[in-house]
Design a protein around this ligand. Sequence first.
Ligand code: FES
Length: 147
Amino acid sequence: MNRKEFIQHCSFACLGSIGAVAMLQSCGTSKELSGTISGDDLIVSLTDFETMAGKEKHFKKYIVVQNERLKHPICIYRFSETEYTALWMRCTHQGAELQVFGDKLQCPAHGSEFSNKGNIQNGPAAIPLRSFPVSIDKDQLKISLKK
Ligand code: FES
């Protein structure tokens, strides 16, 4: 491989990496949204779970909600039209922020895993995730942030 071919090869590899990172970032943030805090409640619209595939309406399994007043995001799982779980994405082992992988929340620090109900599936964490009471008010979900 001559110098010109080498530079060309590296340029394509570099462009490929940038594209891959951009794709990963867009996937990672596709389900994150900002919630509003009103009093002691985090408010999320039920339509935030909706997604369209052609003309068919589907529902996301979960959304991740951020707010500047929260130290960590909250992951809200949707089990049915009336059943939701809101979990604080803070690992109960040493406080690292969790990552969502489908029906699981995983800790990048030491590998703890939690179910979509907040139960421990793998240690070293020994305490389930903090969950918040969820109520439905018309077309909104209210997540109570009170202790
Ligand atoms: S902080 Fe999460 S497993 Fe240690």
